[in-house]
Design a protein around this ligand. Structure first.
Ligand code: DP6
Length: 351
């Protein structure tokens, strides 16, 4: 492997993996990270995690010897989650029996931006570790590699499974979609040009840590009164969205995208332990987006993650007008804006 360094006993690889924004949301899981419905996302470009993984001589008796650094500092809180992930999936990394693993990780986006980093982190970690397994066995990185890495990433964080593909990715078995699987995501192949240049301005209205984690949110779907209807709705939305992405129907895209965002938050508000993650500024931004779309006829729309920040999606051809709108009309509602766009998927770094 060209980028695999074999300096004495040490072996190293570096990968970058982007974050993604779900249009149809994954919310509710069962068993071992199996989603309750199909989800579909757009892979981002500028918001990514880069990890360098290095193997060296193992000196301890521990099942896994891991040192996890984030921004050049040892980070035990995420490190413990990664350690657990490695233990549970050790069969993917036979080298971990006699090698110590050092992971150095950083995010391209500010720590305080409120962007979920588990998708890009587990994407990058899975790619890098699996790359080492493949390289040490002399295997090349074929399509099967990305499928396996997506499976692995899903075991770390569900949404990470979708970050490994360029453009749009679908995760979850759907009887109408060939090759779809609960275990890994697949690339969505047929995309109309209008959707190949989508922009995502991430409007950060609040950067404090979330009150309720996504794992708790997923759990609350277990006894949720609307769960079954929601899972069916999401599966139907994915099928519609595949057709919309193929045909280039922007109005229909906007409808599904915004309805999915509000439904996700409606699930939080109607679970037994109900909670709210939207803030007054979230609502203010959403209302201004809808009003501006009506008045300007520019096809921009919003979506939300499990948090208060707003993703503003629009085609590249309206870049200038949307930037003006953000800087003039939304100025009072946000702390910062991260301009991102549809991306090409993960990249291996040449050392
Ligand atoms: C609202 O992938 O963060 O972003 O599998 O527990 O790590 P875990 O959950 P996670 O959930 C993401 C939920 C979401 C919607 C989505 O990305 O589909």
């Amino acid at each position: 492997m060209e980028t695999l360094l074999k300096s004495k006993e040490n072996v190293q690889t570096i990968w970058r993996c982007p974050s993604n924004i779900a249009i149809v949301k994954y919310w509710g899981k069962k068993g071992r990270q199996i989603p309750c419905n199909t989800s579909l996302s757009m892979t981002l470009s500028n918001s990514y995690t880069q990890v360098a993984v290095e193997l060296s001589e193992k000196k301890s008796e521990e099942q896994i010897q891991l040192s996890y650094f984030f921004d050049d500092k040892l980070n035990p809180s995420f490190g413990n989650r990664v350690q657990q992930f490695l233990k549970e999936n050790q069969s993917f990394f036979p080298f971990s029996k006699d090698k110590a693993i050092t992971i150095r990780s950083f995010n391209s986006f500010p720590h305080s931006a409120g962007i979920a980093s588990s998708a890009s982190s587990f994407g990058a970690i899975s790619l890098a570790l699996l790359d080492l397994t493949y390289s040490l066995n002399g295997n090349t990185l074929t399509e099967e590699f990305y499928q396996k890495a997506s499976n692995l990433a899903r075991l770390g964080s569900g949404s990470a499974s979708r970050s490994l593909f360029p453009g749009y990715a679908l995760w979850g078995e759907n009887s109408f979609v060939a090759n779809s699987s609960d275990e890994y995501a697949i690339k969505v192949e047929e995309i109309h040009p209008v959707f190949q240049e989508m922009q995502d301005a991430i409007i950060i209205v609040e950067d404090a840590p979330k009150k309720v984690s996504s794992s708790v949110g997923h759990q609350l779907m277990e006894n949720h009164p609307f769960a079954e209807a929601r899972f069916q709705q999401a599966n139907a939305n994915v099928l519609q969205l595949l057709d919309i992405l193929k045909r280039g129907d922007m109005d229909a895209f906007i409808h599904i995208c915004e309805s999915e965002a509000l439904t996700l938050h409606a699930m939080m508000m109607t679970s037994s332990d109900y909670y709210l993650l939207m803030k007054p500024q979230t609502i203010a931004v959403i209302e201004k987006i809808i009003a501006y779309r009506k008045e300007s006829k520019i096809p921009l729309c919003f979506t939300l993650d499990a948090g208060p920040n707003v993703h503003l999606l629009y085609p590249k051809s309206f870049e200038k007008q949307v930037k003006n709108f953000i800087e003039n009309d939304l100025a009072e509602s946000y702390k910062q804006v991260i301009y991102d766009e549809i991306g090409e998927g993960p990249k291996k770094h040449t050392i």
